[in-house]
Design a protein around this ligand. Structure first.
Ligand code: ATP
Ligand code: MG
Length: 258
């Protein structure tokens, strides 16, 4: 199988004044097409930083990040935009919705930028998706008229509307009640099963993690371990020491995703 994402010794440091703050310290990771991969780790461990590198929102300080066969450091801005628009769907932790646009227009935006579908085709797709995420009643509301959980669902619909082959989801169920969260998880799993969409999602939620085909854990910007997603392995996981910088991560599959 081909890796759709491949990180080799990727590091990321942020400059705070004159001090470099390491957020990722030599992460090597291959994600195969069709995986349903969970990234676990405490707050500040580097989950968002990692997703930003894979999502071409940011570039590594050193090391390489390959997405769909492209070394992201070698792409022009235009090529990066193309990759983000046509291959990747990103559900941001902070949603990043456009405040002046209503729900429908926020979800329509990537389709307009792609310029591939007619107005009626766009409408069909958007309405079906808004139905699916439970926002049909809110199509004409703007983000500031919505709850946190509703905004999160708009962000989810916007990321999925182009039917990307890779979806990056930063804590996609963090603001949702358990029923809505399960509904979103079911939708993600269905796309993973039927469209072979690759999902990489960060989460703190053990229930969400338990649905993953594999789990990697970050601690202080390093990959710490991989594991089965059952409760016993979770306990095991907590015991494991961070791996050496740059070491390639052995990961176990955790069975089917359905
Ligand atoms: N733009 C930035 N400037 C400076 N430091 C940053 C920036 N973004 C992240 N960091 C730092 O990098 C580290 C990793 O942050 P990151 O947001 O990736 O963690 P996280 O695992 O996503 O946490 P959370 O679970 O709280 O979302 C943290 O120490 C954080 O303070
Ligand atoms: Mg984060």
């Amino acid at each position: 199988m081909n890796a759709i994402v491949s990180l080799k010794n990727a590091t990321k440091s942020y400059l705070l004044g004159k001090v470099a703050v390491p957020a990722l310290c030599g992460v090597s990771l291959d994600v195969q097409a069709g995986e349903f991969l969970s990234i676990a780790g405490p707050s500040g461990s580097g989950k968002t930083t990692l997703l930003n590198l894979v999502g071409c929102v940011d570039t590594p300080t050193s090391g390489t990040v390959e997405v769909a066969g492209h070394n992201t450091a070698q792409l022009s801005e235009r090529e990066l935009t193309r990759l983000r628009l046509h291959t990747i769907g990103f559900i941001f932790q902070s949603f990043n919705l456009v405040g002046v646009l209503d729900v429908y227009r926020n979800v329509e935006l990537p389709l307009l930028l792609q310029g591939r579908l007619s107005g009626s085709e766009r409408q069909k797709r958007i309405v079906a998706l808004l139905d699916r995420v439970g926002l049909r009643e809110h199509t004409r509301h703007r983000p500031n008229e919505l709850s946190g959980g509703q905004r999160q669902r708009v962000a989810i619909a916007r990321a999925l509307v182009t039917r990307p082959s890779l979806v990056l989801a930063d804590e996609p169920t963090a603001n949702l009640d358990s029923v809505t969260g399960q509904n979103i998880l079911d939708l993600m799993k269905e796309l993973n099963r039927t469209e072979k969409t690759t999902f990489i999602f960060s989460t703190h939620d053990a229930r969400v993690m338990s649905h993953a085909s594999s789990i990697v854990r970050l601690a202080d910007g390093r990959l710490a371990a991989s594991a089965h997603s059952d409760a016993a392995s979770q306990a095991e996981l907590a015991e494991l020491e961070p791996m050496q910088t740059g070491e390639r991560l052995p990961r176990k599959r955790v069975g089917g995703t359905s």
